[in-house]
Every structure is written in structure tokens, then in C-alpha cells.
Write a protein that binds this ligand. Structure first.
Ligand code: ADP
Length: 494
């Protein structure tokens, strides 16, 4: 439809513009032609003294009867010629007038100073008096030249002036028909219409063929996508007909790959969750069964087993709590309760809370604040993230070890470094520690409590603050976690 419109509208505009232009031009040409002819005629009128001769016509007619022209009488002939001249000249001018009016299919009126019509080529108004605006204006020196579009004629006035004396003898009121111009415009218009119509049919056919040909690869893309959607194929789709279809299929393939990754990670997550939740249950079941299978179990053993069962329940509880925290973080990603906080103060209160746990193993907790930092953070979530890091630094530490927390900032970011003197994380494991349920070296995971969800939660929170987290560690040299967060949360948006 667009191609059709683009093809037809300009040609329709051109059609009207050209025809209008043609009419204007033809009328102005006709006007100037007629004007020129009339001016020549007006000169003739003066030269042949037509205006006064027409009065003398009857007298000269009588003279001809009295003195018939004799052959061979040269002198008399020349006398007679002089005598007959006015009449003969009038005839010449009359025929010129007739010729002109016939040529342009028009009417010429010759009007004298007394507004009397002394010649009408239609022979309708000879001798009558005409008092029209145009004629009066012409006598005042203003020539009129007017095109009546409705009735198809051009009207003009030409003054009859004696070139020598510059005296005005009369006015020539001429109206010529423009029927021939209108006729040729009609014919031209019809031809243009036929041409336009055939052009429209041609453009329509072309547009249809083009549309079908151009859109075919896109329907192929749709079919390919539908095949994937309906599960006939899992392969990547490819429609390399156009660059555009290639872009679309590439984007679709990337999306497909991402969905596959998400699907796999979801399955993995579900299986991990089930596994992690099942482990404490299995232990509890074993403990309970062994108690039930024995008779006369001593109270001490009951007590011991019950303590183990309670521990497993605690473990199950903490896993479920961590899971709920993660789910909540995912859901409320956009709702960060950001406010300006003194970071050193926040860190101090975390260390204070963790102090009793560190004390138990004689681990030293040190906070070093290189400079005062006030930043925009969600205090509750930030506290949770840093608590996880420092708790890990205590958990995976040696007795009598140390945990060093350093706060620093530049003009854009603040960094919190949590370094410990602990067991460290082997290089090949470092890439995985932020994954959900991932625990390094499963052997000591039985000794040290944990769900493997703590670092995943921490990473989520840091990312929500538009920050980054990285880990540096050597096998025996302890671990360093570095958290980097922008000072201004709003400034990082967009
Ligand atoms: P967990 O509940 O097991 O502590 P996390 O997600 O907090 O789970 O940590 C994942 C794993 O990363 C831990 O199991 C531990 O092996 C390792 N890890 C975390 N922090 C430290 C640390 N400071 N030193 C040594 N290993 C660590």
C-alpha cells in the first residue's frame, strides 16, 4: 500500500500542477499574441484613418456611382484612387478585423472618443454607445486584460493612439475565446488519467510481487520459530536470506541458549535443594531408627541422639532460612531501601555481634578504617552480606587466627576487604564458591556448619548495590574477599 501511495500521489499532484501550469501559460501566450495583433491593428486604424473614414463611407460610396473608374485614364485614375482610398482602406482594415476575430474566435469592438461603437465584428452593436468600466479605464490610460475562467474567454482593451501626436482616438475592446485551450486541457487530462490508471495497475502489481518476495524469508523465520516452540526441533534456527532475518534468528538463538542455561540451572537448583534438605532428614531417620531398633536404650544415649537430631533440625532450619532469603532477594530486586550510612559504624556493629563466636576460638577481629565513608546502602541487606563474609572468615579459620576488615574509598567507590588467616580456597574452586549450595572440599563440610548459600546471598546483595565482589586466596595463606560498592546509588542508575 505504501509503494502504491508513493507511486500514485506524486503523479496525481504532477497531473494537476502541469495542467494548471499549462492553462496559465497558454492563456498568457494567447493574451500576448492577441494583444500584439491588436496593437498592429490599432496602428493600422490610425494609419488608414479608419475612425473618421467609417463616417465618410456613405459619401465615398456615392462618389463611386458618380465617377465610374475608366480604363487607361491614368490621371483620372490617380485622382479617383485618392478619392476612393478611404473606402478601400476601411475595407482592408475591416477584413483584417474579421480575420483576427475569426482566427482567435473572438469579437472586436472599435469604440471612438464618444463611446460610440463604430465597428463590431459580430455586427450586432454598430452605432450603439458603450459605457463600460473597461472602456472608461482605458480612456484614462489603464489597459485591462482579464481572463474569465468560467466562461472561457479573455477580455482586453487596447488604446488606439496616434504615434505622432500621442492623441487617443479610441479603444479596441477585444474578447477572444479560450475554448481551444480548455479543449486541449481536457484531452491532455484524459490522456494523463489513462496513463495514471495504467501506472497504478503496474505499480500495484509490482508492489504485490515485491511484498510477497520481500516477506517470504520472514514467514520462514516465523515457521522456524514455531517449530522450536512446538518442540519439533531443539536445533538453532538459521534463515540467512537477509541480514535482518539473520539478526532475528541470531537473537532468537541466543535467547534459546539462555533459556536452556536457565532451565538447566533451575533443574540443578531443584536437585541441590532436594539433596540438601534430604541430608539432615536422612541423618535424623538413621538416628531415630537406631534408637527404635534397640531395646533398653540408656538414657544417656537417648540424650546424645536427641541432641544430634536437634542439631540436624537446626541445620535444616538454617538451610530453609537461607533459601527463603535468596528467594526474597530475587523477588524484591528493585526494592532496595537505600539511605546514607556511615559504613565504619555498620561494620563495627557487625563485628560486635560476631565477637562471641570469634572469642570461642580465640580469633582476633580487627577493623581498620582508612577514611570516613558515608555511602548510600540498604543497611539490612548490606549487614547480611558482610556478616556472611566475616562469619565465613571466622568459620574457615584456624584457632588463634585473625580476621582483618579494612574500609577504604576513592571518589566513586568504597571497598571493604575481609582478610583471614584461615584455610584458604584452592584456585580451581574459587570460580564456584558463589554458586548456590557450593561448598569447597566436602570433607570439611561435615565439620563446619553451612548450607553453601551464604556467598550466593552476599553476591546477590552486592550486585543489587551495583557493586562487585572478588576473592583472592592461596592454599595456606588465608582468604581475602574484596567488596566494591558505589558511594552514590542513584548516580549509578541507567
Ligand atoms: P557455607 O554455608 O558453606 O559457608 P558459603 O556460600 O558461605 O557457604 O561458602 C561457600 C564455600 O566457600 C564454603 O563452603 C567454603 O568452603 C568456602 N569459603 C567461604 N569463605 C571462605 C573463607 N573465608 N575461607 C575459606 N573458604 C571459604
Amino acid at each position: 500500500m505504501i509503494i502504491l501511495a508513493v507511486g500514485i500521489v506524486p503523479s496525481a499532484i504532477m497531473h494537476f500542477a502541469i495542467l494548471n501550469n499549462y492553462e496559465e501559460r497558454a492563456v498568457s501566450l494567447r493574451t500576448s499574441d492577441v494583444q500584439n495583433q491588436c496593437k498592429i491593428l490599432a496602428n493600422h486604424l490610425i494609419t488608414y484613418n479608419y475612425l473618421s473614414n467609417t463616417h465618410a463611407e456613405t459619401i465615398s460610396g456615392d462618389l463611386e456611382e458618380l465617377h465610374p473608374k475608366g480604363a487607361g485614364d491614368a490621371a483620372a485614375d490617380s485622382n479617383l484612387e485618392e478619392l476612393y482610398l478611404p473606402n478601400a482602406n476601411s475595407e482592408v482594415v475591416n477584413s483584417e478585423l474579421e480575420q483576427l476575430s475569426n482566427l482567435y474566435d473572438g469579437r472586436i469592438l472599435i469604440i471612438d472618443k464618444n463611446f460610440k461603437i463604430i465597428k463590431d465584428t459580430y455586427a450586432l452593436s454598430d452605432g450603439k454607445t458603450i459605457v463600460s468600466e473597461e472602456v472608461i479605464k482605458c480612456f484614462k490610460g489603464e489597459t485591462i486584460n482579464h481572463y474569465d475562467e468560467k466562461n472561457h474567454y479573455i477580455e482586453m482593451t487596447i488604446p488606439i493612439i496616434d504615434p505622432q501626436t500621442q492623441e487617443m482616438h479610441g479603444v479596441m475592446l477585444t474578447s477572444v475565446s479560450t475554448d481551444s485551450i480548455v479543449d486541449s486541457i481536457d484531452i491532455l487530462g484524459q490522456k494523463a488519467l489513462v496513463l495514471e490508471f495504467s501506472m497504478a495497475i503496474l505499480i500495484f502489481m509490482l508492489a504485490y510481487i515485491l511484498a510477497v518476495a520481500l516477506l517470504r524469508p520472514f514467514s520462514r523465520v516465523i515457521n522456524a520459530i514455531n517449530e522450536v516452540k512446538e518442540g519439533f526441533t531443539e536445533e538453532e534456527i538459521s534463515v540467512p536470506d537477509y541480514l535482518e532475518t539473520e539478526y532475528i534468528t541470531d537473537a532468537f538463538n541466543q535467547m534459546l541458549a539462555r533459556t536452556k542455561v536457565l532451565d538447566t540451572s533451575r533443574q540443578e537448583f531443584v536437585s541441590n535443594v532436594s539433596h540438601e534438605l534430604k541430608t539432615p532428614l536422612t541423618s535424623m531417620k538413621v538416628l531415630a531408627d537406631s534408637l527404635l531398633q534397640q531395646e533398653d536404650v540408656p538414657v544417656e544415649l537417648y540424650h546424645e541422639f536427641m541432641e544430634d537430631i536437634a542439631n540436624e533440625i537446626d541445620r535444616e532450619n538454617s538451610i530453609i532460612n537461607d533459601l527463603l532469603t535468596l528467594v526474597k532477594l530475587d523477588k524484591t530486586e528493585a526494592q532496595l531501601n537505600v539511605e546514607s550510612k556511615d559504613i565504619a559504624e555498620v561494620l563495627e556493629s557487625i563485628l560486635k555481634r560476631l565477637h562471641p563466636i570469634a572469642e570461642k576460638r580465640h580469633i582476633e577481629l580487627i577493623l581498620e578504617s582508612v577514611r570516613d565513608v558515608v555511602a548510600e546502602i540498604d543497611e539490612v541487606k548490606f549487614t547480611l552480606a558482610l556478616t556472611n563474609l566475616i562469619e565465613n572468615a571466622i568459620k574457615y579459620n584456624k584457632d588463634q587466627g585473625w580476621v582483618h576488615v579494612t574500609l577504604d574509598a576513592d571518589h566513586q567507590f568504597f571497598t571493604v576487604e575481609v582478610a583471614d588467616s584461615g584455610i584458604g580456597i584452592p584456585e580451581e574452586e574459587r570460580a564456584h564458591i558463589f554458586e548456590r549450595f557450593y561448598r569447597v572440599d566436602k570433607s570439611h563440610s561435615t565439620e563446619i556448619d553451612g548450607s553453601g548459600l551464604g556467598l550466593a546471598i552476599t553476591r546477590n546483595i552486592v550486585l543489587m548495590h551495583r557493586g562487585s565482589i572478588k576473592v583472592e586466596s592461596g592454599k595456606e595463606t588465608g582468604t581475602v574477599f574484596i567488596v566494591k560498592i558505589p558511594l552514590s546509588y542513584v548516580g549509578t542508575q541507567g
